[in-house]
Design a protein around this ligand. Structure first.
Ligand code: PEP
Length: 252
């Protein structure tokens, strides 16, 4: 049985006082939700303070990006080692905003994944098709290309330390979530791909989150699908009330 995982991607939101307010509300509300893994991914500037605030709770800390080098002349970048130092256990890699706004490639995603694994971080690796690709019936082609490139040269044991997030680009921040059936179809495709590219155990063990306009209202139906093991939540993770409801839906 795969343990469900709900992660909140705060993106470029929350000052230090705002982050503290949110995380304190989450801490109070999460007391009864120990059977689902909960991750918060604040911006770099609040990682440390949020990390201190969630110490000893059921929540884990994640970052939204990482660079592959350990240290040196890479202005503006953050290394896996630095994320560990800030008490991160997770890191989002290859989010569609990184791929499309910052032109991140599958090869860069692959380097980041390998560096994160090397530092004992759990990568949450995002894949997903754009609207025009779905409309052109290219969803599976796009997803398998991202999986092939992102996971190149990884072994089964490494794969089993990774979480995948299926995030259709057309559903992110648009209010138009994939239907549970659309999500399940792609999640089953990803799981099958993992079985073929690695082995049956890897396919069965790996957790695949859905992301894209997940709300308190639609989360139970999405997470209730057999191959959906949780959610990566953007907008609805910025308010304690909605994020807690999503966690609760996953815990039931
Ligand atoms: C995301 O950014 O990963 C995301 C899924 O955003 P939203 O929930 O706002 O669509």
């Amino acid at each position: 049985m795969r343990r469900r995982i709900i992660a909140g991607n705060w993106k470029m939101n929350k000052t230090i006082p705002e982050a503290l307010e949110l995380v304190r509300e989450l801490r109070l509300g999460l007391k009864d939700c120990a059977n689902v893994e909960v991750v918060v991914c604040p911006p770099f500037t609040t990682l440390s303070i949020v990390g201190q605030e969630i110490e000893g709770t059921a929540m884990s800390l994640g970052a939204q990006n990482v660079f592959w080098e350990e240290k040196g002349a890479y202005t503006g970048e953050i290394s896996p080692h630095m994320l560990r130092d800030a008490h991160c256990r997770y890191v989002i890699i290859g989010h569609s905003e990184r791929r499309h706004i910052f032109r991140e490639t599958d090869e860069q995603v692959n380097r980041k994944i390998r560096a994160a694994l090397g530092a004992e971080l759990t990568p949450i690796v995002c894949v997903g098709e754009r609207l025009e690709e779905r409309q052109a019936n290219k969803t599976f082609e796009v997803i398998s290309g991202q999986l092939r490139g992102g996971f190149a040269s990884l072994q089964s044991a490494e794969m089993q330390r990774i979480v995948i997030a299926y995030e259709p680009v057309w559903a992110i921040g648009t209010g138009q979530n994939a239907t549970p059936a659309q999500a399940q179809e792609v999640h089953a495709f990803i799981r099958n791909w993992l079985v073929k590219a690695f082995d049956k155990d890897t396919g069965a063990a790996m957790r695949i989150q859905y992301g894209g306009s997940v709300t308190a209202e639609n989360s139970a139906a999405l997470i209730g699908q057999p191959d959906v093991d949780g959610a990566l939540v953007g907008g609805a993770s910025l308010k304690a009330e909605s994020f807690l409801k999503i966690v609760q839906a996953a815990a039931c």
